[in-house]
Design a protein around this ligand. Structure first.
Ligand SMILES: [Zn+2]
Length: 246
């Protein structure tokens, strides 16, 4: 393929992925995401620019800090590669650099949220609200996106009241309501409801296996994954939904 935008998207994905690693590391600790510049988490030495090249530096440095030789987490290159793939697919899906960029940004932030939720059992509002805000503009029809986001936020809030009432305890977090709004904005009503259903289908076997071991599993990663799958393969799911309706 000779489309220069495709390579540009992949490159942008790597760079944003690198920044995602900073967000994942610093936001749960309430640290600034700008200062100080990147440093080794073990020895604290400031990294040179060539220690900071996405994926390549990890390979050159053989996964170790240049100074203290402490192991660098494999999470860094994995997040960068994942982000790059998200950017490329988003560009292919939308066929437009700016639109694809906005879509990829939403998915990237949800990826960071998923990792933070998984590792720290926390869902920072700063990231969640940023994803929701960008999702409103990651479309060609902002008014419809906005309407669907409001409908999903409202629907989830009502659902929360019902479930909490019958379960006699607080069910679903506020974070889930924000993600639901993002899902509404990105997918619309029918695909959005399908996406919530799909996330439960994906989560169920995992919860059944891990749940026995008394490990608390976060739900955000399943919502995020399901949103990505539904968005990228919407063509098949639209067919499936219309088949179910008939
Ligand atoms: Zn070090």
């Amino acid at each position: 393929m000779q489309d220069i935008n495709l390579y540009l998207s992949g490159l942008l994905g790597l760079l944003i992925g690198s920044f995602l690693n900073v967000l994942i590391l610093r936001i749960p600790k309430d640290e600034s995401i700008v200062f100080p510049s990147s440093h080794c988490t073990k020895c604290g030495k400031t990294l040179k620019w060539w220690h900071n090249i996405p994926v390549l530096s990890y390979i050159f440095l053989r996964g170790k800090c240049y100074y203290c030789k402490d192991k660098i987490s494999l999470q860094y290159p994995i997040v960068e590669i994942f982000s790059s793939i998200i950017f490329v697919i988003s560009y292919i899906k939308t066929g437009d650099l700016a639109h694809g960029f906005a879509v990829a940004l939403v998915f990237d932030i949800l990826l960071a949220l998923s990792i933070i939720d998984f590792r720290y059992k926390a869902v920072p509002d700063s990231l969640n609200l940023t994803a929701l805000t960008i999702s409103l503009f990651a479309t060609t029809d902002i008014v419809t996106s906005f309407t669907n986001a409001l409908l999903f936020a409202g629907g989830f809030t009502l659902l929360r009241f019902y479930v909490s009432f019958f379960a006699k305890k607080e069910a679903m977090g506020e974070a889930d309501i924000m993600i639901a709004a993002t899902i509404g904005a990105m997918l619309g009503i029918k695909l959005g409801i399908f996406c919530i259903f799909l996330s439960a289908v994906i989560a169920l076997p995992v919860f059944l296996i891990v749940g026995k071991k008394d490990i608390q599993l976060p739900f955000i990663p399943f919502l995020a994954l399901s949103l990505m799958i539904t968005y990228f393969f919407d063509f098949y799911f639209i067919k499936l939904i219309s088949w179910l309706y008939e």
